[in-house]
Write a protein that binds this ligand. Structure first.
Ligand code: BES
Ligand code: ZN
Ligand code: ZN
Length: 488
């Protein structure tokens, strides 16, 4: 779908369909006149979630669709994403491929017109993606060809931002949906390399030999049961420039069977999404490069399978991590923290201003926040406050959990410095996992995002279809944009 912006009045829009979002109790006079003319003025009052389509005679657009937004006073930014998704779905259903959306809200809104324009574009682009790359009969064929946002105000930059953010998120969703037999650690490295070529990033991949030489035994321990070799993928944006430096770290478990501490078979297929933290960082890199942010950014993505076999790591095994700390691996299913521990310790060596990691790290975060929130823990209070605000803006909401010293006590090992679980019963599982990661960041400011609850949509919900959501891409990219403004 090609997305464009046109600065003009709605009367001169030529398209298959003109979509007009309307607030309840504030329907524009011309919309009311159209409803009256068709004798259906009682059928549409701008209620939230309502859509109404009419033929448009003698106009440069063939049809009109009114989308109800509900009350102007109470609408959240996400209401505009959802409205845009509804419009796109309606257009697809009617097989209309050339769609215009009219953005005119007579000022007086709680949100800025720019934020609304960005949100509308995001909702449209995110809802236009179907994740069925292996189906013969594709719903893809019903995709829109062109979407044009029309307004009398200059919203071109806001539209562009929405395009960049949503397309980067869709990119992440397309990489994530690939199953584990295709998206192996090696394939993930090739995918990152292709992105590096496209955007001119510095690229490096450490293979098994190099990881051995460096003593990255956390990554190696997790990979031991698999025939796929582990990798540590590194992308560098604005490399060598004197700019504030952020290192992004993403968990790239391409399949998590649990290893010897094997998971139940029910639902195990969803563990192909255990790479979403790493994939998210690919999406973020794409977005920051498109936005040309004045930051130096490094993305580190340790990637491996977690499998059981005769050569697999066993409960009770002890390994020495990259920073020299020893870990008793009591549960091989708590593998994310092992690969992240090495990557975080490596990230610290670059002395960045900030480290952000994202991982589908714990099932426990689903118990705490359900599917509606990202668990956030870390040491940089200022960055976490900013991340919280960006969560509200992007609808990729984060909620902070505490990292009190008592939790660090829970991961002290009996036979080694650390153990990789806090307790057998899983008490405070999300926090003890983060407390484990904290052992590897030293004094570098750090924010950890546990995204295990939000990376998967169970069905067609809002602007997501069933499958990976790519959540976190807009959150972290928006955060980085705000963060570099505030550092100036
Ligand atoms: N990848 C899982 C976490 C997960 C669980 C993500 C459910 C999405 C949905 C992680 O590696 C894991 O298995 N964590 C264990 C840790 C436990 C053994 C301490 C968990 O959360 O059960
Ligand atoms: Zn696991
Ligand atoms: Zn995992």
């Amino acid at each position: 779908m090609k997305v464009e912006f046109a600065r003009k009045d709605f009367g001169s829009v030529s398209a298959d369909l003109l979509v007009v979002p309307c607030f309840k109790g504030k329907i524009p006079a011309w919309v009311h006149a159209e409803l009256l003319r068709a004798g259906v003025e009682k059928d549409f009052a701008g209620d939230k979630g309502r859509a109404y389509m009419l033929p448009a005679k003698g106009k440069p657009y063939k049809r009109l669709m009114f989308i109800g937004l509900g009350r102007e006073k109470t609408i959240e930014l996400d209401g505009f994403r959802l409205a845009a998704a509804k419009a796109v779905r309606g257009a697809r259903g009617a097989r209309l491929k050339d769609v215009a959306i009219w953005l005119d809200f007579n000022g007086a809104m709680r949100h800025s017109e720019k934020d609304v324009a960005t949100a509308v574009v995001e909702g449209a682009i995110l809802s236009d993606l179907k994740l069925e790359p292996y189906k013969k009969k594709k719903k893809e064929e019903r995709k829109l060809d062109r979407l044009v946002l029309v307004s009398k105000l200059d919203l071109a930059a806001a539209v562009k931002e929405g395009v960049v953010l949503a397309e980067s998120q869709n990119y992440a969703r397309l990489v994530s949906v690939e199953p584990a037999n295709i998206m192996t650690p090696k394939k993930l490295a090739e995918t990152a390399k292709a992105l590096a070529r496209e955007y001119g990033f510095g690229f490096r991949v450490m293979g098994k030999n190099e990881l051995e030489k460096k003593g990255m035994n956390g990554i190696l321990a997790v990979s031991r049961g698999s025939v796929q070799e582990p990798v540590l993928i590194e992308l560098r944006y604005n490399d060598g420039k004197k700019l504030p430096h952020v290192v992004l770290v993403g968990k790239g478990i391409t399949f998590d069977s649990g290893g010897i501490s094997i998971k139940p078979s029910k639902g195990m297929d969803t563990m192909k999404f255990d790479k979403c933290g790493a994939v998210m960082m690919l999406g973020v890199m794409r977005a920051v490069a498109e936005m040309k942010l004045p930051l130096k950014i490094t993305a580190l993505m340790p990637a491996t399978e977690n499998m059981p076999s005769g050569s697999a790591t066993k409960p009770g095994d002890i390994v020495r991590m990259y920073n020299g700390k020893t870990v008793e691996i009591l549960n091989t299913d708590a593998e994310g923290r092992l690969i992240l521990g090495d990557a975080l310790a490596y990230a610290v060596e670059a002395k960045p201003n900030l480290i952000i990691d994202a991982a589908t790290l714990t099932g426990a975060v689903l118990i705490v926040l359900g599917k509606h929130g990202i668990g956030m823990l870390g040491t940089d209070k200022g960055a976490m406050k900013e991340m919280y605000d960006c969560g509200l803006e992007t609808q990729e909401k984060v909620w902070e959990l505490p990292l009190w010293k008592e939790y660090s006590e829970m991961i002290k090992g009996d036979y080694a410095d650390l153990k990789n679980i806090g307790s057998e019963s899983g008490e405070a599982g999300t926090i003890t996992a983060a407390a484990f990661l904290k052992e590897f960041v030293g004094s570098t400011p750090w924010v950890h995002l546990d995204v295990a609850g939000v990376e998967w949509s169970d069905g067609d919900l809002g602007y997501f279809c069933k499958g990976p959501t790519g959540k976190g891409v807009r959150l972290v990219a928006t955060f980085l944009k705000e963060w570099c403004v505030k550092r100036k």
